[in-house]
Design a protein around this ligand. Structure first.
Ligand code: F6R
Length: 242
């Protein structure tokens, strides 16, 4: 694990965006693993600026998102497909046919999970996987107790994650308690992993991931097994490291 500690969330976004831009310059047809949530938004804004300035192209890129709520169709404003379209894909030159988000409205979710794994394989595997981290150490929707070798599957969200994500849903709006998520094993197969974390609320999860035991109680600790995992974090997220 390589740990890069920067001053604030702007520097984290800038550093992360540059890693992805350099990856695309080296390999324009890279396969990107992408994340949703608040953390990557400013990184995506930088990718949009770079694309619109002609510094980088996504025309040959294929992407796979980590996860999706089970029970939300792509058109639902809280779906992760909707998030990706509005936060990134609509504003860059990527071919949407090459972007993949697990299907939240799949009739057969178990078959959809297997198909998602097969699509990643068929694309040649993920070159760089972007991750955020939950306060409880989750990556994707791999909540504590997820198998360290797990593959894409249906996963129940914990109370803590449901509460953390309630901010995105309106009062009384249906909030799913199930998801489809890449497994920890799927994430570990990526050739490079880039985890971003900012703010004090992530400090304990970062401490457990970096200095704690390798354990399913902190899914992000599995990154200790990866040979090219970079954690780019701000000083607040680093504040509980020894
Ligand atoms: C999102 C995802 C989640 C988030 C995590 C942090 O696709 O898989 O693991 O990365 O919940 O979310 P934020 O960035 O909103 O704090």
């Amino acid at each position: 694990m390589q740990i890069v500690i920067l001053r604030d969330s702007d520097e984290v976004a800038e550093y992360g965006a540059n890693l992805i831009i350099n990856q695309l310059k080296r390999k324009p047809d890279s396969v990107l693993g992408l994340a949703t949530g608040s953390t990557p938004v400013s990184l995506y804004q930088r990718l949009i600026v770079a694309n619109q300035a002609g510094t980088v192209s996504f025309k040959a890129v294929t992407s796979f998102n980590l996860d999706e709520y089970l029970g939300l169709a792509a058109s639902h404003p809280q779906s992760y497909r909707y998030f990706m379209n509005s936060q990134l894909f609509d504003a860059i030159d990527i071919d949407k046919a090459n972007t993949h988000v697990p299907p939240g409205d799949a009739e057969d979710p178990i078959a959809a999970c297997e198909a998602y794994e097969a699509q990643i394989q068929a694309a040649g595997g993920i070159d760089i996987q972007l991750l955020g981290i939950g306060r409880n150490g989750h990556i994707g929707f791999n909540e504590p107790s997820s198998g360290l070798m797990s593959r894409t599957r249906v996963k129940t969200l914990t109370k803590a994650t449901i509460e953390d994500n309630a901010r995105f849903f309106g009062e009384g709006e249906y909030q799913p308690h199930l998801s489809i998520t890449m497994g920890i094993g799927t994430i570990l197969d990526a050739r490079k992993v880039l985890l971003l974390a900012t703010g004090e609320s992530k400090a304990e999860a970062i401490r457990a991931a970096v200095e704690g035991a390798l354990s399913a109680s902190c899914p992000a600790s599995a990154l200790q097994l990866h040979r090219d995992a970079v954690l780019v974090i701000d000083e607040a997220a680093a504040s509980k490291l020894a």
